[in-house]
Design a protein around this ligand. Sequence first.
Ligand code: SAM
Ligand code: SF4
Length: 327
Amino acid sequence: MASLVDRYGRRFPYLRLSLIEACNFRCSYCLPQGYRPRPGLAPPLALAEIRRLIDGFARLGMSKVRLTGGEPSLRRDLGEIIAAIAAVPGVAKVALTSNGVLLQRRIADWHAAGLTHLNVSVDALDRARFAAITGHDRLPVVLDGIDRALALGLAAVKLNAVLLRGLNDDQLPAFLDYLRTRDVGLRFIELMQTGDNRAYFRRHHYRAEALERELQAQGWSLQPRAADAGPARDYAHPDYAGRIGIIAPYSRDFCAGCNRLRVTAGGDLRLCLFGNVGIPLRPLLQADAQAGELQAALTRQLGLKSAGHGLHRGETGLTPHLASLGG
Ligand code: SAM
Ligand code: SF4
């Protein structure tokens, strides 16, 4: 069987699929003015197109799909999408990254449809800070939604927090308190520069190394890296039920551990979050009979994936903001 391996020997069991570029939040680092449709943007892939896409990837060894956006829960057919993906042979994990606003109402349905993993973005545990960063005073509803997800017993529930100098760099004690009794993973993500946030990046970028030194001083220890792990550096502490992961895209080995491919809401394959090429797959998703053609295109394109991103050189590629690609 052909499989997804690039010329550097990296394997790609993990696909991040954006379901929609629109979002109902206005995170200051992502869509500070709120979502505005970009001219000429193709409509999001329809359910049948998504099913063919996932089937094509799964036949090449992909086993984990993360649904992201924009805000994926704005798709009314999210439950059907989850169910369709979960039914594709070879797909073992169906994950969702969401701002969490609709969890309270919908998580039970999504779980029943086959959702196994959930990441919720929570950049602060202080209500006013959360509102200031996201543009919406919805922290209580998000936290309640997370508790519901935990009660359902998904395979994993994680919180994502972007590290922001001057905006949430005082939140560590509150986050640690949260982790003391909850079996969740908290991932601190270093702010990434995108096409739209250059000035913001200069003001608020906060290096993950500083946080890691603080964690180590407080007794958190770096865990050995699992063979199939993503790019996070994981920390644990004997007194805490939760764990902490650090995602530092500017650190030296970040790209060496790359195990993921991305597809935009409109069906463009992106080999790298910050790459300069998008390969339109939609024309290959119009009929089941195109399956062979799709798989051939995917393996051919992977041969072109480069060793690493150009973020250190300020090259942000085609990505104006991460809502355009799902982070
Ligand atoms: N709307 C969903 C959410 O916020 O979870 C999914 C899409 S969002 C683009 C995916 C993740 O990317 C979120 O955890 C968000 O905080 C993160 N993100 C967005 N812009 C970022 C940036 N410039 N640097 C680092 N992380 C970013
Ligand atoms: Fe929306 Fe997620 Fe971007 Fe925030 S980070 S504006 S929730 S897409």
